[in-house]
Ligand binder design. Structure first.
Ligand SMILES: *Cc1c(COP(=O)(O)O)cnc(C)c1O
Ligand code: SF4
Length: 323
């Protein structure tokens, strides 16, 4: 059945066979690949301009020699997630909102990701059938929003996700379900009929925070998946990471905001890079980032300007870097 095709795509990506070109590319570095497995989805393989060595999509996914630089000023847990983990798979750092590590895997491995050092194998919730997490959520009525993150929660099967959301619907103080996912864009075939059927019926408010860094990631297939999400009633937001060689210009960021808006996705956050080991070459220094953001502010209407923020361990919300 066609409805199985995303599982096939995911399997292909996770086995390292999402691209026939990646490991033949001159910038591919096998030592970097050993540090963090290269995972790329068939859709992103298609979307990369392979004739351009500086392609902003390629740079996000190719294991590069710069990853072998492990500056001591960089951290393995830059956002303090390990300290904040309450019950298995539950991260409760912010008032009213709880983040559930729903899955340990993703359809792409982004080279700049802080997840590259996180021991997700032990920590993600489904290994414990959600029960520890559900008990935690049920026992604290200040929690009104549950965020499924990871990893990428959309790597889970629909019946697994539905099993969880059915339990969440029974907890009265929980009003909103939020997904943090890159999959509608990097593996749009995931948003199939089966997904559509159960998400459409959810009684919770539904938010999908996508993760798109560059307008070039928005393929026609991604556009179709996004339209499906809109139809199912999701509020659509986007978060990006400011990344050197990917989107480190006001021009690129403005184009991204306009492209998002064409799909009725509102720009939400622009994250200052979390200073993670082996990815320092993606960092845009804060003074330079400040200049880019000031230029961006002049190019965009206020409603298309993402909030430039950083996650600082111990803070009670993401910290705005510019007012
Ligand atoms: C970012 C984040 C959230 C959500 O924060 P919002 O500002 O509501 O988007 C919740 N929990 C954790 C651990 C986070 O990192
Ligand atoms: S968690 Fe997000 S940023 Fe990190 S590898 Fe997965 S998709 Fe990429």
């Amino acid at each position: 059945m066609a409805s199985n095709s995303w599982q096939q795509s995911l399997k292909t990506a996770l086995s390292g066979k999402g691209s026939e070109r990646l490991d033949k590319h001159p910038q591919y570095n096998p030592d970097a690949a050993r540090l963090f497995a290269p995972v790329i989805s068939p859709q992103m393989d298609q979307q990369i301009d392979w004739t351009d060595d500086n392609d902003p999509l390629l740079r996000q996914f190719i294991p590069a020699k710069d990853e072998l630089i492990d500056a001591t000023s960089l951290s393995h847990d830059p956002v303090g997630d390990v300290a904040a983990t309450q019950a298995t798979g539950v991260i409760h750092k912010y008032h009213g909102r709880v983040l559930l590590i729903a899955s340990g895997s993703c359809a792409v491995n982004c080279r700049y990701c802080f997840r590259r050092h996180f021991a997700y194998g032990q920590q993600y919730a489904p290994r414990h059938n959600w029960q520890a997490a559900i008990n935690y959520l049920a026992g604290d009525n200040s929690i009104h929003e549950v965020i499924l993150s990871g990893g990428d929660p959309l790597t889970l099967q629909d019946d697994t996700l539905q099993g969880l959301t059915t339990q969440l619907e029974d907890i009265h103080h929980i009003k909103t379900l939020r997904f943090h996912s890159r999959i509608p864009v990097v593996m749009p075939e995931r948003i199939d009929q089966s997904w559509q059927q159960w998400t459409r019926k959810l009684s919770l408010n539904k938010v999908m925070v996508l993760h798109i860094n560059h307008a070039g990631e928005l393929s026609p297939a991604a556009g179709h998946a996004i339209a499906q999400l809109r139809q199912a009633g999701f509020t659509l937001l986007n978060q990006s990471v400011l990344l050197k060689g990917v989107n480190d210009s006001a021009q690129a960021l403005a184009e991204l905001s306009h492209a998002l808006f064409r799909h009725r996705i509102m720009p939400y956050y622009l994250h200052q890079f979390d200073r993670v080991s082996n990815a320092g070459h993606f960092e845009v220094p804060q003074n330079q980032a400040h200049d880019i953001y000031q230029q961006l502010r002049q190019l965009l209407p206020g409603y298309l300007l993402p909030k430039w923020v950083q996650e600082i361990p111990g803070e009670l919300a993401k910290t705005p870097l510019s007012g």
